[in-house]
Design a protein around this ligand. Structure first.
Ligand SMILES: O=P(O)(O)OC[C@H]1O[C@H](O[C@H]2O[C@H](CO)[C@@H](O)[C@H](O)[C@H]2O)[C@H](O)[C@@H](O)[C@@H]1O
Length: 280
């Protein structure tokens, strides 16, 4: 269930450096977690939306990387499209249970609707035992949210672990004040490798930014492939080798990445989507 590396579980917090910037000719592939990495947490998951500056920045990066940019999230792909309005981007949704490649082709590991309905009933009954806990039907798994009642996380987790044997085929994935019952066997690290084996990601240097326990799977995959793993925030322990302090720092760094990638592009060349190539 937990992805924490036993080898690092008791290690002191790592003093990690900020991530490097690309050279103008770098062949980067950018993988971005969403909540807690690109966007600040809020109480209501459905209230989340990316503002115009972030959308424009990501559109410009997507173009500068020739499409080698993907969102990797616990959210479903349709929810990502609602938040970013970019249904042509590659994306791994529901921790990789859903995958949309850059060419638009999709693959989904689907759940039997009757099984999902049973899971929803069990999750609803569980949430009702803990004041302030809400549940989210993810159509292929369920999330139990504690953001409005953080003290409930530990007792809720104990109850969820006790319930798990009654839910064959599911595993429990803890996240930031959230516990998810998800179909077992897929994680962000596997989804990332699947995307990396498709165009235009193949052969590029992978960069992954994430803030949560669910992102540790991806950090491990990235490190094996000699990519750049970036923890956003201060969660410990982590497999990541670089760090940024939070979503605002992520956006500032991405802005500098875009600038670096655009070196060599004529000054003030207009880029559809609002970003303009800046030259010294
Ligand atoms: O993998 P991510 O992109 O980080 O998505 C993980 C979960 O994000 C959402 O929950 C989190 O963000 C909410 C809105 O800020 C917040 O209220 C909640 O406490 C966070 O855990 C989403 O609701 C989940 O389904 C995702 O799995």
């Amino acid at each position: 269930m937990s992805t924490a590396n036993p080898a690092t579980a008791n290690a002191p917090p790592a003093a990690l450096p900020p991530p490097p910037l690309p050279t103008a000719d770098a062949r980067w592939a950018l993988f971005l977690d969403v909540d807690g990495t690109l966007l600040d947490f809020v109480d209501d998951p459905l209230a989340v939306s990316a503002g115009a500056p972030l959308r424009e920045l990501l559109h410009a990066l997507h173009r500068a990387l020739d499409g080698a940019m993907a969102l990797v999230s616990g959210r479903g792909v349709a929810d990502l499209d609602r938040i970013f309005g970019a249904s042509h981007w590659a994306a791994a949704g529901l921790h990789g249970l859903q995958l949309r490649r850059a060419d638009g082709s999709v693959r989904e590991i689907a759940t039997d609707p009757a099984q999902q309905a049973q899971l929803c009933r069990a999750a609803q009954a569980l949430a009702a035992r803990f004041e302030g806990v809400t549940w989210e039907d993810k159509h292929n798994g369920v999330a139990l949210h504690c953001r409005r009642a953080p003290a409930q996380f530990a007792p809720l987790q104990a109850a969820a672990i006790a319930l798990l044997p009654q839910l064959p085929g599911y595993e429990l994935q803890p996240g930031n004040l959230v516990l998810e019952f998800k179909p077992a066997g897929m994680d962000k690290g596997k989804a990332l490798l699947e995307l990396l084996d498709s165009e235009p990601f193949r052969g590029r240097l992978p960069i992954y930014l994430g803030d949560d326990l669910t992102d540790e799977h991806a950090f491990a995959s990235i490190n094996e492939g000699h990519g750049i793993s970036v923890r956003v925030g201060n969660r410990e322990p982590t497999h990541a080798r670089f760090t940024l302090s939070g979503p605002a720092a992520t956006q500032a760094w991405l802005d500098r990445v875009l600038d670096a990638l655009m070196q060599g592009t004529p000054a003030h060349a207009p880029i559809p989507g609002g970003h303009t190539a800046r030259q010294p």
